[in-house]
Ligand binder design. Sequence first.
Ligand code: FE2
Length: 351
Amino acid sequence: MLFRELNRGKCKTYLIACEETRRAALVDPLKEKLERYIAMLAYHGLRLEAVIDTHTHADHRTASFDLRELVGASAIMHRRAPAPHIDRHVDDGDTIAVGNVPLRVLATPGHTPDGISLVCPGCVLTGDTLMIRGTGRSDFAGGDPGAQYDAIFGKLFRLPDETLVFPAHDYRGNTSSTIGDEKRSNPRLAGRSREAYMDLMNNLGLPLPDKIQECLQPNETALEDDRLRFPTLAELNKVRQRAPREVQTDLGSAAAPLVLDVREPDEFDGELGHIPGAVLIPLQDLPGRAAEIEIHKERPVVVVCRAGVRSTTAAAILTGLGFEHVSNLKGGMLDWCDQGLGVERRPHEDG
Ligand SMILES: [Fe+2]
């Protein structure tokens, strides 16, 4: 296995390659370094098969969507990842093969709901779940310090003590650690109960990173900001969130809402299906096509996507366009399907 960190900065990108087959994967690539990665792969005669984001990043733009387009690598993320154009959704226990190198996926949420760690031969990539002498903050939307504690103690700390730890970030210039070191010396974790950890994480009082929405929304939507004017955080926070069961009840009532699905067409007819009667307008087309649903301006509209993240952006855009009763399906089609609510799938044309 060929293994190296490519950025030598605070954000870490890892190259994992199989020396026998010359197949490679990049983990957490940065958009600003796209050209450098492509040149490096060519220089080493490596074929990029997979681009893996350990979670939806809030502090930098991912290069995964560009690498997918430019070199045909498969984009891989956890099934809870909100973005479109993910070729493979993985979950706990799955294996990603990079040539003859197996990467075992651990679902390690807490920093975000879609956090994964990758167990490689001799080391583990821990994303922003476990960092060297620290842990990733859990106060962003969808963060959960209890889940993070469980992922660290229940999964990462069960790996052999000598396993090397490679996080997605390091702000203090650390370059290496092991699971054993972190068990003994991580000040947020060593000797701390689950309750004490939650208390600590809920009271860190960290400021939001600069430009969080400028990074987060493009990563969540796979859209460039020249395609869409992304809503502000204040506009997003105003969007009314509704639970799947409430929406289901409303759909059976006399004042049934319009269901607007803003995913891509392949997702609309994909494994999760769509809510019967839903109208499809992909997020990127919404500003140009909102006139098509203009007649519903005074009617309740429920916006839907995969994880409820892109649809929150869409709901804020519609509210800005004068739609009066817009709400968002919380947790998207993932939660809708997990709760066993009805979906429709177009019959596939076989043969
Ligand atoms: Fe992060």
